[in-house]
Structures are given as C-alpha cells and as structure tokens.
Design a protein around this ligand. Structure first.
Ligand code: ASP
Ligand code: MG
Length: 405
C-alpha cells in the first residue's frame, strides 16, 4: 500500500468525458489498495477565460478579487470529480485550499505556500476517503483566498505530497514525459526514463513547459519523487528524482531552445565603475528579467555591452536603454529580435570536460554563428540567429548521442 498524490492538469479535466477518465484512474489506484489524494487544475482554457472576463469589468482588476474569481476554476473540477466518484460508490470528498489548510502569504496572484496543515487530509485518508483538492489555491492568514501563479497546480500537488509524506507524486498531463528535445522539431527525440531535479529545473527555466519551476524546487527541497506522465496512456512517463539514484549516465540529457529572446547592445559605453549598474537598474526596476550579459574590452576606455531579455519586453527595454545611453554617453543602442537561445543540459557535464567545445564545433560545422554564450555547472546556452534554432537543436541532439535508433 502506498500513499499517492495524483495531479491532473487542465487538458486532463477539459470536459466531462475526460473527468470520467480521471475518475477511472483514481478509482483504479484506490482499488489497488493505495491511499489517494487528487489535485486538479481548472478545465483547460477556463483560467484564461476568467482573466479575460475580469479585464472586461476593470482596467486593472483588484488582485484580491481576481483570486476570488480564479479559484472558481479549480473549485468546479474538484466538485465534479467528487460527485462522479460518489456516483461510482467511492467515498470521496473535496477540500478547498483553506479547508485543506494550505496557508500562503498574501501576494495575490503569485502567493507562496507557507505551510500545509496536513491533519485533516490525513484523517480523511485514514477513514479510507479519496481526498480531492483544487490546485493553484490557498488562503492567507486572514482567510483571504490566494492563487499561486500560472501553472501553480503542480506546486500544490508537490507541496501536498511533501506535507503528507507521500510515496509518490504523479503529475498527469497531455505529454508522455520529458523528452531529450521538443519532438515537434526533433523527430529523433526520445522520452527520458529519469531526470534529476536540477536538470528539470534548468530545462523548465529554459522554456520546457512541462512543470511549474516552483514545483520542482519544492520537490528537490523535500525529496518528493515526481512521476510526470500522460493521463491518456498507461505508459510510464519520466521520473524526476534525486541525482544520485541510478540514472542513465548521459553527458547531456536534453537540448532545449527558446525563441522568446531578444538582444540589445549598447555601443561604446565608457568603461568606468558604476556604468553597468546604470544600465541594468532601470530595466530591473521595470520588472524585466535580463538573462545573458557580455561585455567586451575595447581600446580608449570604451566597451560594448550586450544582453538578452524576453522578446515580450524587448521594446520596453530598448526604450529604457536609449534613455540610459544618452545619460551615460554611449554611442548607440541597437537591438535584434530575431534571435533564439539553444541550450544543452546535463548533470554529466560536471565530470566531463570539453562539452562546450563540442557544442561550438557542432554549430560551426553547420555555419551557425554564436552571438552570446552562458554556462552553469550543468548547462551551456548559445544565442544564435532565430532561423537556425531548429537546425541547431537537431545538430546538437545528434552530436551528444541522444538520437533514438
Ligand atoms: N488553472 C491554473 C492555470 O491555468 C493553474 C494550473 O492549471 O496549474 O494556470
Ligand atoms: Mg499546468
């Protein structure tokens, strides 16, 4: 007998038939003798539709009230599943976030979980109930409803699994697991059986949209084994686990790409203390995330400085830097929206030298120019022209031996 948390995402509960499919899976797991907690998303599209409605009644909807609205999406699906399971003669009960004692801070729309009083959940499990909890929601210490940020149901599920010390947190979605590259652009991509928390964190922040990043951080911190799998098949998915468990020893375990990048260069910036702060403080104040930065040395006390921002913030960042350039006496600001970031990730890199050189050579062979480079202990990223992004992924996938036979 195991204690299992099963989380079903929006596409898995998109309509009544799919909720029935979830009820079948849940009841089967229960019949096999397990204790089951279910965490649900809203039906796919519902959260977006609610946000749209809010924007129709107010220019900048009040954040507290927006959370009251957004929590209804998940409230709908948990009630429907509980009713369905009861109709199938199972004892099931829904517990809303506050009833499940999911306590968060008061940062409406992006709240963080402060603690989960697992007492009630455990009692109900001991009474052989199937407990169904809406993802994405909690409440603050004054009883206000809160939400955890888009995609937050993943985090709810992992946090609940940690709180009740579940043996496994299964995350059901519409993909079969984590792939070595996006199968839509790399036909030879294959599903990974296992991946470490750190690799998953890197890949999530690089744009592999399988799990909310915060959920992976939670899983790592509390050592919750996560099984990411499809609700539409019986096949095993990908286990996200601690690094030391017997993992396939790959140097590189995934190649990711993101077209959501833009590049900004300030030319002939005075090479003096305080200049970088002047360049980056206003972008940070505007809430824009700067990713890669390079500065090259030049003669005569001048330097060029280049950095990347998300494409959606490009215009705003460019405007800001034009103003900054005037203030600090830089010669010009130029930008480029047609860039992409291609990355290779793998814990195996820690014990292998020459991974970066191999990456650069493989790209060079295809005549792909590298504009910016950044690295972490387990990742190397290159910014290239956007039109080469897909080719770069395929080339690197082959180079690092990831192609399926
Ligand atoms: N329903 C929320 C969203 O669409 C939370 C989730 O599905 O994880 O972002
Ligand atoms: Mg999701």
């Amino acid at each position: 007998m195991s204690l299992i948390v099963q989380k079903y995402g929006g596409t898995s509960v998109a309509d009544i038939d799919r909720i029935r499919n979830v009820a079948m899976r849940v009841s089967k797991t229960f019949d096999e003798g397990n204790k089951v907690v279910v965490v649900l998303s809203a039906m796919s599209g519902v959260t977006d539709a609610l946000i749209k409605m809010a924007n129709q009644v107010a220019y900048a909807p009040d954040k507290r009230e927006l959370d009251v609205l957004l929590t209804t999406g998940e409230q709908t699906t948990v009630a429907l599943l509980a009713m369905m399971l009861k109709g199938m003669n199972y004892s099931a009960i829904s517990l809303l976030g506050y009833q499940a004692e999911i306590l968060t801070d008061s940062d409406f729309g992006n709240a963080r979980i402060a603690g989960i009083g697992a007492r009630r959940i455990k009692e109900l499990l001991d009474e052989k109930m199937i407990v169904i909890i809406p993802g994405f929601q909690g409440s603050d210490q004054n009883g206000n409803l809160t939400t955890l940020g888009r995609g937050g149901s993943d985090t709810s599920a992992v946090a609940i699994a940690a709180a009740i010390k579940a043996d496994m947190c299964e995350i059901y979605t519409d993909v079969d697991g984590v792939f070595t590259a996006d199968p839509n652009i790399c036909k030879k991509a294959r599903k990974l059986d296992r991946i470490s928390y750190d690799e998953m964190l890197e890949m999530s922040s690089l744009g592999a949209k399988v799990l909310q990043i915060r959920s992976v951080e939670f899983a790592k911190k509390y050592d919750v084994p996560v099984h990411l799998r499809s609700s539409f098949s019986l096949e095993e998915g990908t286990m996200v686990v601690n690094e030391n468990s017997d993992m396939e020893r790959l140097v590189v375990s995934g190649v990711t790409h993101s077209k959501n990048e833009a590049r900004i260069t300030l030319k002939k910036v005075p090479d003096q203390p305080g200049i970088a702060a002047k360049i980056f403080t206003p972008v940070a104040d505007a809430g824009i995330l700067v990713d890669m930065i390079i500065q090259n040395t030049r003669a005569e006390g001048m330097t060029d400085l280049t950095f990347t921002v998300p494409k959606s913030d490009y215009k705003k960042a460019l405007e800001i830097e034009k103003k900054v350039a005037g203030e600090i006496g830089a010669e010009a600001v130029i930008g480029d929206e047609n860039v992409a970031k291609v990355s290779v990730t793998g814990v195996g890199m820690k014990n292998h030298s020459g991974v970066a050189a191999r990456m650069f050579s493989a790209l060079a062979k295809e005549n792909i120019n590298i504009m910016l480079i950044s690295t972490s202990e387990i990742r190397i990223s290159c910014v290239v022209e956007e039109k080469y992004a897909e080719l770069a992924v395929r080339v690197l996938h082959t180079e690092f031996g990831l192609d399926k036979e």
